[in-house]
Write a protein that binds this ligand. Structure first.
Ligand SMILES: Nc1ncnc2c1ncn2[C@@H]1O[C@H](COP(=O)(O)OP(=O)(O)OP(=O)(O)O)[C@@H](O)[C@H]1O
Ligand SMILES: [Mg+2]
Length: 535
């Protein structure tokens, strides 16, 4: 009896142990295994022996400086880039994609950094692009596609009309169309490459609600972003890349944002205020009762009665929520609005009213725009052409453009701003987002403006390059330039600006000097919960 009594539990114990051991020996197969992947673009080593795993059902953040290779790796994973070294293993099976269709069939969808929709097609047509439903014959079954699109968009909590043209939608809604498309493909892995860089605050919240839903349904997400707050919000693990190599993959709980930054950049980033001992000079710009009507409306305003003053050697920030009129304010000053603004603009003591940006440029104003793709870059040109475009006349020798001078000027700009590129002749689109932005800034700096308008100049720029751009702004200001800048990130304005003006629905609702800077107070003014009667 006694023997039997002890034997049964010990047999059970042995069985349990060996079962557990077996289980431990065979860890579950990861959804994605990236093994020794390298990629070279004609001399630029974009990826160097990168290996890591993405587990099923996790949200996996992928971070790294501009040009670290994040988008390139994701393009390989989604079949966009088919020429590379190394192996991709999905669900335990090695795969070699010949295009995005193969990747989609394997359950991988990507939402690109620069959205990939056909603007003049409808929402439904975009969702089913290349997989159109037919009536069983020659004809497209628009009804079925629209019905299914509406259902998919409904799952995402949004009521976009499937018949609407994509060109009529806001970027945030366009992004949801890409997600709906991923859902319609029944993707198991959804890659989001900087999905929030063009979203409003409320659109970001909506995106995160969608992400929660996707994770609850067991989907796997790879999430690329430069914003720490977003990275740490929901991700389980994080992979850090630097200069095309894999630095580490860790659980988010084991890392702090500061450590992540350090691992990304390989050095400490100072985030202290920059403006100490600046000596603003005389008034450079004065704006009085500036108002901008909506086109076709007499009493509806995009900007209303805005007053401001900017001195030489001063950086003034314009804060506000998306749609508050920040971009419009800069466009008014640059002569780039579709209707003429009302009110007074006084530049260096003279009343001005520019009808075209060329007139503003001639008067010494530069504008670095937030919309790189549409307004800032000339995508068919190379780096040199993009940088020297506005200043070719200064690079001529006896009436002809001197290519030697042009090369030297480009080289100097590339060095000054630390643009990472294969060389000045490389196509601008071969650069990473942040490096493209530095080229746009370089172009305007070459015009030696006295007033530089910066519209969200660090959008999509990594922490290291951001710090470099802040330094550049500080130096320009100390050289006597006046800078007026907007930003979607308030802490950024608090680092670089001497004063911050706040816009809410086209009106000034607050003005703060450096000693008054407080995120809470500025946000209150931006949401209209306080109104400064004097303004
Ligand atoms: N088509 C291409 N031709 C040449 N070089 C390229 C091409 N695509 C990418 N590169 C280079 O490969 C490197 C990695 O670029 P990638 O776009 O993957 O960076 P990233 O990490 O996504 O950066 P960002 O944060 O700015 O989006 C960069 O040096 C870039 O210039
Ligand atoms: Mg990228």
């Amino acid at each position: 009896m006694t023997t039997r009594n002890t034997l049964v539990p010990s047999v059970l114990w042995w069985f349990n142990q060996s079962f557990l051991l077996e289980y431990v020996k065979m860890p579950s197969t990861p959804l994605i295994e990236i093994k020794h992947i390298s990629k070279n673009f004609g001399g630029v080593q974009a990826l160097r022996d990168v290996s890591f795993r993405v587990e099923r059902g996790e949200m996996h953040a992928l971070v790294g400086e501009n040009g670290a290779g994040k988008s390139t790796l994701m393009k390989i994973l989604s079949g966009v880039q088919t020429d590379y070294e190394g192996a991709l293993i999905i669900n335990g099976t090695p795969v070699k994609f010949n295009g995005t269709r193969d990747a989609e069939a394997a359950g991988i969808s990507i939402i690109h950094q620069e959205l990939n929709l056909v603007e003049n097609l409808t929402v439904a047509a975009n969702i089913f692009l290349g997989r159109e439903k037919t009536n069983g014959g020659w004809f497209l079954d628009d009804r079925a596609m629209e019905r299914e699109s509406a259902e998919l968009l409904g799952q995402l909590d949004c009521d976009i009309n499937p018949r609407q043209r994509v060109s009529e939608l806001r970027v945030g809604d366009q992004q949801l169309i890409e997600i709906a498309k991923a859902l319609s493909l029944d993707a198991e892995l959804i890659i989001m490459d900087e999905p929030t860089s063009a979203l409003t605050e409320s659109e970001v919240e909506r995106l995160f609600r969608v992400i929660d839903q996707l994770l609850a349904r067991g989907k796997t997400i790879i999430y690329i972003s430069h914003k720490m707050e977003e990275i740490f919000r929901r991700s389980e693990r994080i992979t850090i890349m630097r200069d095309g190599t894999h630095v580490t993959t860790k659980r988010c709980a084991e890392l702090s944002p500061k450590e992540v930054t350090h691992l990304m950049v390989g050095r400490e980033i100072e985030s202290t205020a920059l403006g100490k001992n600046r000596q603003p000079g005389e008034t450079l710009l004065k704006v009085e009762n500036l108002s901008l009507p909506w086109p076709g409306h007499v009493r509806q305003w995009r900007l209303k009665d805005v007053n401001l003053e900017l001195k030489r050697g001063e950086v003034v920030g314009v804060a506000g929520l998306m749609g508050a009129g920040r971009t419009e304010l800069l466009e008014c000053l640059f002569g780039a609005t579709d209707v003429a603004p009302q009110g007074r603009i006084v530049l260096e003591g003279n009343d001005v009213s520019f009808k075209h940006p060329a007139e503003a440029m001639a008067a010494g104003i530069g504008l670095v725009t937030e919309d790189r793709k549409r307004l800032g870059l000339f995508s068919h040109m190379n780096i040199r052409e993009n940088i020297t475009l506005c200043t070719l006349s200064s690079l001529t020798a006896s009436g002809l453009i001197s290519s030697r001078q042009e090369r030297e000027a480009t080289g100097a700009s590339i060095r000054k701003l630390g643009v990472k590129a294969a060389g000045p002749e490389a196509p601008i689109l071969s650069l990473s987002g942040g490096n493209q932005q530095k080229c746009v800034i370089a172009r305007w700096l070459r015009t030696e403006p006295r007033l530089l308008l910066l519209d969200d100049p660090t959008r999509g720029v990594d922490v290291g390059a951001k710090a470099e751009i802040y330094q550049i702004i500080d130096e320009l200001c100390r050289e006597g330039m006046g800078l007026l800048m907007t930003s979607s990130e308030l802490p950024e304005l608090m680092i670089v600006c001497d004063r911050i003006l706040v816009l809410c629905e086209g009106r000034l609702t607050g003005e703060f000097t450096r000693d008054q800077f407080s995120e809470a107070a500025i946000m209150e003014a931006a949401t209209g919960s306080v109104t400064t009667a004097a303004m």
